[in-house]
Design a protein. Structure first.
Length: 491
């Protein structure tokens, strides 16, 4: 925010500020408002904002061209969102359902995090990265179903001082908001001014545990629009991985080369989507053994593997979640190749069984059968794979403590509030989308690990959609085999 202009005409000298304040009380029609008072969305700050004299207020409120209401074409997601609302309506007859988009969150003092609408709100409205903070979807019971209205703070006119005087929401500060008519056409949904939204004691709010669970479960099977978004999110992420590979030389030259990877991927995410779907993991060398390494302040050194776990979140908010582990200098060492190919074998074993009707947990079991066999063969644990895989043993999990799969969609860990029997212990259906992401992590100080493997961490993560007869690996185009990865890095 270093380029932010001063929000007062008289803040540079304290004498002027006093004079302005005097002018404000004696000569303006209404008492002067500070910027903070205009909406109450910001903490008071005596050093910012000041009254404006009447001559200024009168002058700035006039001389603006008429604005025509924009009528954008209805967005592609609108009919899908309508179908989702119908399903929710059927599940809660007679209930007034209220789903807020959420508010801006303070990062520090008077600066906020970038806004990101609540996932259920976006799923039910089709309003995604362009959602207005504070918006609320209301599904009012009516007849056999519900009537839906989307409330938000619409574009302000030039008849108030908001447009120039309010740093939090004013048009001169953050840009114009859409009109009620514009959003209504765009989303094919009735709209209303947030000022007219009234909550009642009987409202069923989307943070209600039971409703949140229902919404999570309704999102387990993706519709046609969502599957297309997932395909596009993976494509954008694939471009991001290509960008990263092209910048590995620079990563090796910088002291904190992992940040080069993070930054390059972030650039692609902002170019092709809205953001990253989660904090990028750029983990070089033994950092790869730290599952959620997002500090990313390490060097990227020739001879090491670097693990990159990253996903582009599109403007629709659907995100990919992909991991590749590549040798920094383009060639796997023998030890790195052995570890990596074990992980690849586990991933392929898991992927090969995916089809409607199998249990979600079967995917994990298929991957673990390979991991346990490798751990046994390499002699890390003195037991055969069958012994290790017994639910009372599981010693091989020392080297992969995370799960193999999670649902993926508008959230990176999608549908997290679904019941265990429908998710973890559930059965696959056509249209489900999830990751397959086995890994092996040999901590540098793990004395059970042969020295040649110590400090090697590898994970391979793909995004999978279940089809009528099997599965499609959406991220199959991003190199996975040792040969393909080495060719990719040699480009
Ligand atoms: Mn994942």
């Amino acid at each position: 925010m270093s380029n932010e202009p001063q929000d007062t005409i008289a803040s540079d000298e304290s004498v002027d500020t006093i004079e302005t304040a005097e002018l404000a009380t004696s000569e303006t029609a209404a008492p002067a408002e500070t910027a903070e008072q205009a909406t109450g969305l910001r903490p008071a700050n005596a050093n910012r904002g000041a009254g404006w004299p009447a001559s200024f207020s009168n002058y700035i409120s006039q001389g603006w061209a008429e604005r025509a209401d924009a009528h954008p074409p209805q967005r592609a997601q609108a009919p899908y969102a309508a179908a989702r609302r119908r399903r929710l309506s059927e599940a809660y007859p007679g209930k007034r359902i209220v789903v807020p988009a959420g508010e801006l969150k303070v990062r520090s003092n008077d600066t906020d995090y970038p806004f990101r609408a609540d996932s259920a709100f976006s799923w039910l409205t089709g309003w995604a990265s362009d959602s207005e903070p504070g918006a609320v979807l209301v599904m009012e019971p009516s007849g056999d179903g519900h009537v839906s209205t989307l409330y938000f703070r619409p574009a302000a006119g030039r008849d108030t001082d908001e447009f120039y005087a309010d740093p939090a929401i004013g048009e001169f500060w953050i840009g114009a908001r859409p009109t009620l008519g514009e959003v209504s056409t765009d989303l094919d949904l009735a709209t209303g001014d947030l000022e007219d939204f009234v909550s009642t004691e009987d409202d069923l709010l989307s943070d209600d545990a039971e409703l949140a669970q229902t919404l999570s479960e309704m999102r387990l099977v993706k519709d046609e629009y969502e599957i297309e978004q997932m395909r596009l999110a993976v494509e954008a992420t694939s471009r991001g991985f290509d960008d990263v590979v092209a910048q590995l030389d620079r990563a090796q030259r910088e002291r904190r080369g992992e940040r080069v990877i993070e930054g390059v991927f972030h650039t692609r995410a902002r170019l092709d989507g809205y953001a990253v779907g989660y904090e990028t993991i750029a983990a070089s060398g033994s950092h790869a053994c730290i599952l959620h390494w997002t500090r990313n302040d390490g060097a990227v050194l020739a001879g090491d593997l670097v693990l990159i776990d990253a996903g582009v979140e599109l403007d629709s908010l659907y995100t990919a979640d992909i991991t590749r582990t590549v040798p920094v200098d383009g060639r796997f060492t023998d030890a790195q190749r052995e570890v990596y190919e074990a992980v690849l074998e586990a991933a392929d074993a898991a992927l090969s069984i995916v089809k409607p009707g199998i249990r979600f947990l079967d995917i994990h079991d298929a991957a673990m059968a390979v991991i346990a066999r490798k751990i046994s063969e390499w002699g890390l644990v003195d037991a055969d794979a069958e012994t290790l895989l017994d639910s009372e043993d599981q010693r091989h999990r020392r080297y992969m403590v995370h799960g193999t799969s999670h649902h993926l969609g508008i959230d990176v860990h999608d549908c997290a509030k679904a019941r265990r029997e429908l998710y973890r212990e559930g059965v696959l259906e056509e249209g489900m989308v999830f990751t397959i992401e086995p890994g092996l992590y040999f901590q540098p100080d793990d004395l059970t690990v042969p020295e040649r493997y110590r400090g090697i961490g590898a994970r391979l993560e793909d995004d999978i959609v279940v089809t009528a007869t099997g599965a499609v690996n959406l991220s199959a185009g991003i190199p996975r085999t040792v040969a393909d990865i080495e060719a990719w890095l040699a480009r």
